[in-house]
Design a protein around this ligand. Structure first.
Ligand SMILES: [Ca+2]
Length: 517
């Protein structure tokens, strides 16, 4: 049995006096779970790295333009999931689904302003679960949603989160012209000759390095969640990362028009890009502006890659890499002009598919039957971000919590070729006519992604009446090129996909787990 140190008692008192929403909470290790014993010290640490709005535009995913040596190196000793999907392509709903291990219709978080504890007051989040099992837990940067009420969840952490909220323009922009004005949206891109730490992500990295050093000195295992904000808009990065690319070498968007026969609901823009000072209010971009934005996204991806590299180097220097599991994930994908769409908030492949790199501690015996692409272990099976919670629990030898709506993909780390999920599920709401929804919206688009197809039903929330359908075949392209709904040659496929969607995620589990509650 462990007892609180004087430091923890003092910290608890200080925090309890200043606690807000969750008044009885204090930052301290959870000693109530009764699981703290000598074996806890043997548990692997978890380095949990979230990258905001990162689509799989990385070297380890086959992108020949991206300069991402550090993530590629991590990928070379881990598993790269080629078909990982978020449950809703929007920051807060996606993150809260992952962090609670439940899907958006259970968390009731479909927008950016709802706190998950409104619907699930007693749910145990992923970091909270580790805390209950004797881990020190801390979030640095954006882990829950970035700003406002959903950014905070004190029960999840033993140490007060750092840099969780950022409303300081000086941490977003560096150039004088962008530091003038009001509001958070200035220019959509910025290339400034500044150090990495000028922007918040460099500071998040620095804070993570310091915390790792402190964790090293402690006996408890840790769950350190590091949340980088780039490549979320605006695309601001130190100039040296822009200079890794020639703008003329940046490929233009593939399929730059809406898929033919797609319903208006499906291709409605989130309009996140509009509002920046250099973006026309109608969203019509010149090809030069499109290329500048795509260049900026690549620069931000390389900027984050460099920060991840600093953290991994420090982990090795502290001799923590041997016993630390590293997972890197993006909260959703991103459109960069493809399908005449920008940003996210839709049900298409580019917005729902995410990067997911999972590297077990270095000392883990390698028994993986690997499928090598170069020197990267690649898994093409369907996995979902909601699966991460049970996967991390299993990987660390912790009992799987009840009530989760994902499936541990830990077995895929051992054998990435085994038969797995039948489908991945995503959803996105729409208001009847506007570009922004509140809560569940007026119409919910429910999407199912199998190994070859995507099928979507747009249903009114009140009556569940289907008002639009989509069917896409990825056999010829990695993205949606034409809505094939009601085409005679797809009649049987459509019927099968309707059944998969109607049956839901519980019936799409891996075969061995389909009857397991
Ligand atoms: Ca995001």
């Amino acid at each position: 049995m462990l007892f609180p140190t004087p430091y923890h008692v003092l910290l608890s008192l200080v925090t309890a006096l200043s606690a807000g929403t969750f008044g009885s909470f204090a930052w301290s290790i959870d000693h109530s779970a009764g699981t703290a014993d000598s074996s806890i010290k043997q548990r692997p640490n978890v380095l949990f790295i979230a990258v905001d709005d990162l689509r799989p535009m990385l070297g380890c995913y086959g992108d020949t333009t991206a300069v991402t040596p550090h993530l590629d190196r991590l990928a070379s000793r881990g598993t790269v999931f080629q078909h990982a999907y978020c449950q809703q392509a929007l920051c807060s709903p996606s993150r809260l689904s992952l962090l609670t291990g439940k899907r958006p219709d259970t968390t009731k978080v479909w927008d950016l302003s709802t706190h998950f504890r409104e619907a699930l007051p007693d749910t145990v989040t992923l970091p909270q679960f580790f805390k209950q099992h004797g881990y020190q837990t801390q979030g640095i940067g954006k882990i829950f949603h970035g700003n406002g009420k959903p950014a905070s969840d004190p029960p999840s952490w033993t140490h007060e989160p750092l840099l969780a909220i950022n409303r300081d323009p000086k941490l977003r922009y560096a150039l004088a012209k962008n530091l003038q004005g009001s509001g958070l949206k200035r220019s959509a891109t910025e290339s400034a000759d500044v150090s990495d730490d000028t922007y918040i992500d460099g500071q998040v990295c620095e804070a993570a390095l310091n915390r790792l050093t402190e964790f090293k000195a402690n006996d408890s295992p840790f769950f350190l969640a590091v949340g980088f904000r780039k490549p979320h808009l605006p695309f601001c990065a130190p100039r040296r990362f822009w200079q890794l690319y020639q703008q003329t070498d940046i490929p233009p968007p593939d399929h730059p028009t809406h898929p033919p026969h797609a319903p208006e609901l499906a291709t409605r823009s989130w309009r996140e890009l509009e509002g920046y000072t250099d973006i026309p209010s109608d969203g019509n971009l010149t090809s030069a502006k499109t290329q500048q934005l795509r260049h900026g996204y690549y620069a931000c991806v390389s900027y984050i890659d460099a920060q991840v590299g600093r953290i991994l180097k420090h982990l090795s220097k502290l001799n923590l890499a041997e016993n630390t599991l590293v997972v890197v994930w993006g909260d959703h994908g991103f459109h960069l002009g493809e399908q005449r769409l920008w940003t996210k908030a839709n049900n298409y492949e580019l917005s729902t598919r995410v990067p997911l790199i999972f590297a077990l501690p270095k000392k883990t015996p390698s028994t993986t039957a690997t499928k090598r692409t170069g020197n990267i272990t690649s898994c093409s099976k369907l996995v979902e971000l909601v699966d991460l919670y049970p996967t991390l629990a299993e990987a660390c030898g912790l009992p799987l919590p009840q009530g989760l709506e994902g499936t541990s993909f830990f077995p895929l780390l051992r054998n990435p070729d085994q038969t797995w999920k039948l489908a991945a599920f995503s959803q996105h709401p729409r208001a009847t006519t506007s570009h922004r929804h509140r809560s569940h919206g007026d119409i919910m688009g429910y999407a199912v992604r199998t190994d070859r197809y995507r099928y979507v039903e747009w249903r009114t929330w009140k009556s569940s009446k289907v008002v639009a359908r989509e069917l896409y075949d990825y056999n010829t392209s990695g993205s949606e090129t034409e809505n094939c709904i009601e085409m005679p040659q797809y009649t049987q496929v459509q019927q099968e996909l309707e059944q998969v969607l109607a049956a839901g995620w519980e019936h799409a589990k891996p075969p061995a787990q389909r009857n397991v509650q």
